[in-house]
Design a binder for this molecule. Structure first.
Ligand code: CTP
Length: 410
């Protein structure tokens, strides 16, 4: 019955973040995945098997001595399209790195031939311990995905690196790995990357602003994928939908185009790659009223005068340091003067960026949607079609193009 659905094994480690695995499970089943939950014994101290069974619709076991005729410890791993471990404790990472197999989950990890991704959650001291560092490096060297944890509130009052990535982010990355198993290599290690995202707001008076419909989803997906590919990421975000902060990235919030300009330039000063995915307002009200603008029967309705904002992308291109790669985005519609691609090619020439991601907009396309499609144009004239897919997939395609460009320049 579930045959056409991608099969995901969701391993759950024994940490307090195990309760968030329920949200990951929900996100996966609701987006059409057949999920089999394999917790460790310790995980069941935090979440009961009945919860996982009810949410997944599948039986839940921790050991290899149940359903013996089914040879579960071999089948679950072999038949899966993806194995996720949420949360991956220091203990589980150690066991996986050294091939220990003393329960159903660790057996499954040894028999899996599909992509395997660990989502760590532990105290900062444990994440930074040389034993864990070595285990993570060993697992990554074998091509397994060990994601960067988020920084923030841990169990109790302590904060630091080691917080489980947001469940929505885990689901997003899981879907990326199902669509493209090789999408998260550690090929951006040592690279400093700045990404702008979301829309800017230009205030008119204390309560009103000129804004736009950018959701920020594409910029956040770019940051998420770059951080998990090993880059040091600064995400400069204007106004966005409510989105999970990408684990492993540094998030800076700004509001106006001018604030974005300052933040992006400051971060770009020592960056290797700058991606302008933000929808920056081209104009701002020429005057900012210090009180709410009132309608009145006695005076004429106000007329809005606009001043032009700086073009951040053009400035970045002009001021770029040697070897720095600058990437622009173009949201285009075709008109009587040319097609979407005609306008995009002209914009790439005009702006002088190294790469331009082109989206066709209008009719509900691109803004706020989960999917994106378009073209990737390079300043050397190469053009690549980006087929319809999740924003994380477009992100992976862009980072592939960036690494190819860096290699060509070496
Ligand atoms: N951009 C920018 N600063 C601005 C406006 C846009 O850095 N003040 C960047 C966007 O982040 C995007 C690219 O420029 O990467 C293209 O933006 P777009 O608004 O589509 O292009 P414009 O140059 O404004 O051209 P037009 O609106 O005339 O199509």
């Amino acid at each position: 019955m579930n045959d056409a659905k991608p099969r995901v094994v969701l391993g759950v480690g024994g940490g307090i973040a195990a309760y968030k695995a329920c949200e990951v499970l929900r996100g996966l089943t609701e987006s059409g995945h057949d999920v089999r939950v394999v917790p460790t014994e310790a995980a069941l101290n935090f979440v009961g098997a009945a919860t996982f069974e009810a949410l997944s619709g599948n039986p839940v076991h921790t050991g290899v001595f149940t359903e013996v005729p089914e040879v579960q410890h071999v089948r679950a791993g072999k038949e899966a399209d993806l194995v996720l471990v949420v949360p991956a404790t220091a203990n589980l990472l150690a066991k996986a790195a050294h091939g220990l197999a003393d329960d159903l989950l660790t057996n499954t990890l040894l028999t899996a031939r599909c992509p395997v991704a660990f989502f760590p959650a532990m105290h900062t001291e444990m994440w930074e311990h040389p034993a864990t560092r070595d285990n993570v490096a060993l697992l990554r060297s074998r091509g397994l995905v060990v994601t960067e944890p988020a920084a923030g509130r841990l169990t109790g009052v302590d904060t630091g690196k080691g917080r489980l990535a947001d469940p929505a982010e885990i689901v997003d990355l899981a879907r990326l790995l199902l669509a493209e198993p090789g999408a998260l290599p550690r090929d951006l290690e040592g690279l400093r990357v700045v990404i702008s995202a979301g829309g800017t707001r230009e205030p008119l008076d204390p309560v009103r602003f000129l804004g736009n419909r950018s959701s920020g989803k594409q910029g956040f997906a770019l940051a998420r994928v770059a951080a998990q590919r090993g880059a040091e990421v600064t995400l400069v975000a204007g106004h966005t939908d409510e989105l999970p902060s990408p684990a492993g990235a540094t998030l800076q919030r700004v509001s106006t185009a001018e604030e974005m300009r300052k933040a992006v330039h400051a971060a770009a000063a020592d960056a290797d790659v700058v991606v302008m995915a933000a929808a920056v307002a081209d104009f701002r009200p020429a005057t900012l009223a210090d009180h709410k603008i009132k309608k009145s029967e006695d005076s004429p309705d106000p007329v809005l005068t606009l001043d032009r904002n700086a073009d951040i992308l053009a400035e970045l291109v002009r001021e770029r340091r040697s070897g720095q790669i600058v990437v622009g985005f173009a949201a285009e519609t075709g008109d009587e003067n040319g097609s979407v691609l005609d306008h995009a090619r002209a914009k790439l020439r005009r702006k002088g960026a190294d790469l331009l991601v082109v989206n066709a907009v209008g009719d509900g396309k691109a803004f706020g949607t989960e999917d994106n499609a378009g073209w990737l144009l390079a300043s050397d004239g190469t053009e690549q079609v980006i087929s319809q897919g999740a924003k994380a997939r477009l992100a992976a395609t862009l980072w592939d193009a960036v690494t190819a460009l860096i290699e060509r320049r070496l």
